[in-house]
Design a protein around this ligand. Structure first.
Ligand SMILES: Nc1ncnc2c1ncn2[C@@H]1O[C@H](COP(=O)(O)OP(=O)(O)O)[C@@H](O)[C@H]1O
Ligand SMILES: [Mg+2]
Length: 263
């Protein structure tokens, strides 16, 4: 299945590099977390990955093809849930899904098929009982699931989310992580940023950013070993112990780096 890949992606704004030669690959069936302190470049990386921002150099590709060369097609294969809700709070859940179907689905899809997709998406997200509620009356977790649902209506093979768990209480956040894992393991590429270090065990891969550098990509046990800490809560403290460039250099010399890019 098509591999989504970033190769030496550098993004500049305001005269400085916000992302330094980021190289990563994201695989179908895997849930990846992008973590790192506030301001380290997580949203910038997602924007480069989703063609919302064009890198100064480097390449983003899907199945070997430059995504900028096939941008319209790529955007159809992609669901992107930005940090801020984009749906109108006065709509009901069903109305928001209908509105999104009109935008996202081809006009050749028959109305009965649209209704069945809306119902199955709502059911998959645990929103079947909330379809007639107005969005502003939903809980934060439900509202986030509506935003994810809007992207899922078109059944994208790639789902990218920016801090979907921010503002959620821990139980709701755990449910959301489990939902994302289920979506990934059902045959999608799912990439999400998170500022929370909880539930990392639920992710197939963890990418750590520091000051715009990729300083780690691997599993949770590898994360603890790489930063020589007993618990993930200590990772950012360890990172502050030396410059991000030094961590990036260490990572690039490690076997993790070569493995992160092999298909
Ligand atoms: N358009 C821009 N021009 C200059 N600096 C920016 C711009 N957008 C973001 N930044 C800066 O880039 C850094 C990374 O931002 P961002 O990707 O939003 O980080 P994160 O999502 O990890 O919090 C931050 O220091 C932010 O202030
Ligand atoms: Mg951000």
């Amino acid at each position: 299945m098509a591999e989504l890949r970033m190769e030496a992606v550098t993004f500049r704004a305001g005269g400085k590099a916000l992302l330094h030669e980021a190289s990563l690959s994201f695989r179908c069936g895997e849930l990846t977390a992008i973590i790192g302190p506030s301001g380290c470049g997580k949203s910038t990386l997602l924007k480069c990955l989703t063609t919302s921002r064009r890198p100064a150099s480097g390449r983003v590709s899907l199945a070997g093809q430059d995504v900028w060369a096939m941008r319209a097609e790529y955007r159809l294969a992609l669901g992107y849930v930005p940090q801020d809700d984009v749906i109108h709070p006065q709509l009901t859940v069903a109305e928001a899904f209908e509105f999104a179907s009109g935008l996202r689905l081809d006009t050749s899809v028959p109305p009965a098929e649209i209704r069945s997709r809306i119902d199955s998406t709502a059911a998959a997200l645990g929103l079947a009982g909330a379809k007639d509620r107005r969005i502003h009356r939903l809980s934060g977790g439900q509202r986030k699931r509506v935003n994810i649902g809007i992207e899922l209506l078109a059944d994208p093979k790639i789902l990218v989310l920016d801090e979907p768990a921010s503002g959620l209480d821990p139980g709701t956040e755990e449910d959301l992580v489990k939902l994302l894992a289920a979506l990934a393991h059902g045959g999608r590429t799912v990439v999400t940023t998170t500022h929370s270090m909880e539930y990392l065990a639920a992710f197939d891969r963890i990418v750590v950013l520091a000051a715009g550098y990729v300083v780690f990509c691997g599993s949770r046990p590898e994360l603890l070993a790489h930063f020589a800490v007993d618990h993930e809560a200590e990772v950012f403290k360890a990172i502050r112990g030396k410059p991000a460039e030094a961590w990036a250099a260490l990572y690039r010399r490690s076997p993790l780096f070569a493995r992160a890019l092999s298909s």
